[in-house]
Design a protein. Structure first.
Length: 343
């Protein structure tokens, strides 16, 4: 088994990892500088991250006992799979989707069962029923909006998962700010449902690595058993609390990204490419007359980096581009047009 890596190439325009193209607000940067000076660096952090959990809980109208925070949503997913995966258990994914679910599941020793999406990359509720009733996974993942396809899952698909699940259901809402609905309002003590979020995308804090999950209290208790002690450092806790004061300002950027996404989609649609409608901050497309790997390299040579998804299930020949700044998107469209025009 190989590790999960996204190419890190030193080029002027990097549009391969779905980060926000905008830096955090200046007010947050000033607050962070003050926080760095006030931290008691010789002392361990608050192991329970009480204030941070209370602040996040207030955002969603839940109890802090329903919140678990970790170093990015990937660590949240890892902790869930340490608690509920492992040898003798299986984990269900519906491909193509975010690859870390199956990657981490296998690291814990769990078997992975992969349901398959339709040719148009949508997910059939009957496929959900088939996989969950046949394999009875201990953990089932649903990514909404789905990465790397960008499709927003209908609520009916989550309802199908919950109806047929014998284990827990995890909804990954890394791109929630772009979705038409959230599963957080469905979280309750009598449903095996967990919803993960991240600060790495819309909230412009990818460098800080913070993610969290909203889940029933018993599930949170299970995660606290599986995680290492003092896993969240003091600086991260305080910086994240400060960031939550700027959420409204950062979420206002979503409309800008959506507008640029529409511009990119329209432009790619005029090129020799198949392109999928996106409900996120990225777009999946497939060059029709050129190999994806060749187009990818030509764009890198032009100073633009996108994600090559052509080895993922059902995505042969596909590339994915993150929506960047207006200038970055213009550079991408120029590089793609040039790459496709080479005969």
């Amino acid at each position: 088994m190989s590790g999960y890596h996204s190419a890190q190439v030193d080029v002027p325009v990097r549009l391969n990892t779905n980060e926000s193209p905008f830096p955090p607000p200046d007010g947050w940067l000033d607050a962070v500088a003050d926080i760095a000076r006030s931290i008691k660096w010789n002392r361990y952090p608050d192991r329970a991250a009480i204030e941070l959990r209370e602040t996040i809980a207030g955002r969603h109208g839940v109890s802090s006992a329903n919140i678990f925070v970790a170093n990015g949503s990937n660590e949240v997913i890892q902790t869930i799979l340490l608690a509920y995966g492992g040898a003798g258990r299986c984990v269900a994914t519906f491909e193509p989707t975010y690859q870390m679910y199956s990657q981490i599941a296998r690291v814990t020793g769990a078997d992975v069962v992969q349901g398959e999406r339709r040719a148009d990359l949508s997910l059939d509720p009957m496929e959900i029923e088939r996989v969950l009733t046949r394999h009875k996974p201990s953990v089932s993942f649903l990514c909404n909006p789905n990465n790397p396809t960008g499709l927003i899952e209908p609520r009916a698909n989550l309802e199908a998962m919950l109806k047929h699940a014998t284990g827990i259901v995890v909804v990954d809402e890394a791109y929630a700010e772009f979705s038409e609905w959230s599963a957080i309002d469905m979280v309750s003590e009598d449903l095996p449902l967990a919803v993960t979020r991240t600060f790495s995308k819309t909230l412009s804090m990818a460098a800080l690595r913070v993610g969290y999950v909203v889940a029933p209290k018993q599930m949170i208790s299970d995660l606290e058993i599986a995680v290492l002690p003092y896993h969240l450092d003091s600086f991260k806790q305080s910086a994240t609390i400060a960031a939550l004061g700027f959420v409204s300002e950062m979420e206002q950027r979503v409309d800008t990204i959506k507008s640029e996404r529409s511009r990119i989609f329209a432009a790619i649609s005029e090129m020799d490419c198949e392109v999928w409608t996106s409900g996120s901050n990225f777009i999946l497309f497939r060059p029709r007359s050129s190999l994806a790997s060749v187009v990818w390299q030509r764009m890198v040579d032009s100073g633009v980096l996108v994600r090559d998804c052509s080895t993922w299930p059902l995505l042969s020949g596909c590339l994915r581009v993150t929506v960047g700044t207006s200038d970055e998107n213009t550079a991408f469209l120029g590089a793609l047009s040039a790459a496709l025009s080479v005969k």
